[in-house]
Design a protein around this ligand. Sequence first.
Ligand SMILES: [Zn+2]
Length: 368
Amino acid sequence: MTDVIDAAARVFSPDYATARRRFVHAAAQAGGKVMAIANPRTGPAGELLATDIVTFGADNASKALVMVSATHGVEGFCGSGCQLDWLEQGGPRRIPADVQVIVVHAINPHGFAWVRRVTEEGVDLNRNFVNFAQPLPTNRLYTQIADDAVPEEWIPGTNEPDPALLAAARTHGHDPVVRALVAGQYTHPTGLFYGGTEPTWSRRTLETILANFDIGRRKVVGVIDFHTGMGQYGMGELMIKDTATSTAMQRAIRWWGPSVAQMGITSADAGPRTGLIWNGFAAVAGDRVTFATLEYGTYLTYPTVLQALRGDHWLHGRSGLPATDPDYVKIKAALKEAFFPDHPMWRELVLFRARQVIRMTLAGLDAE
Ligand SMILES: [Zn+2]
């Protein structure tokens, strides 16, 4: 236990550049094969951005565990710390035979570095995995409430739902409005949970990784995708997209027991979503992949987390404020806190659960 407390005080980084440097260093120290895929943009201090990957175990292992951080940029503060902890506490020495572990650090480095949930294209990567050759999913209610979701005027620091959104909730119902906000939308580029019009750099990078590491040829693939912002404070819920009777869900229950939750019907969840990163894995490995979103609760999703997100979208989509503006700084601080609470208890809970889930996943893979 003291080990978790010490680690929780150590492994989480204050910014992307620090997190990246520590990850690459620890990955090399642990004897992994490290590589980087450079992002064409730079960070706020001009720093280079990249998705870094380290692998342990044979490239031709029949089973694989993929751990992904920063799908939602700012959530990388949490996921990166969990990955660093695994590297630093000897995780690579406890990998079962015939399993390769592929650790993907900052799949959305731009969002991580700039403290945004979205990618450099303004896209929610976890809504971007749709087939853009087909008609895109529709979200009619979002279109109706788009100007309420990201209003023209915004008072930084506010944690009260504004009258327009409350009015929308009265008209359309609270739950339908929340579902419309988070489901994914493909019509408002500066809006919330925007899925884009084409594959983002981060999606293409992930697809490159899946191809380069032959994920489609593995017998079984486990995925842990680290997220924050929904659920009970500090609690890590394993959310599974597959249906209750599917092979992938049965495997999830074998690995993690009854704590797994089916996405769409859980407490931490707010209904169906489109274009999930899960779709990217399923596209190459079908039901041989068991994909868990390890979702850590922070503050109340509504209003606290949603307010922080709305503020950030207002900041980048409507305000025109420079990074030196006090309101810019205030909005960024609120967003970071909403997805990465600055409290030892939260971080200790996060690490304990991460270690537990990784250990159980590797044991599960070993038994397959
Ligand atoms: Zn997330």
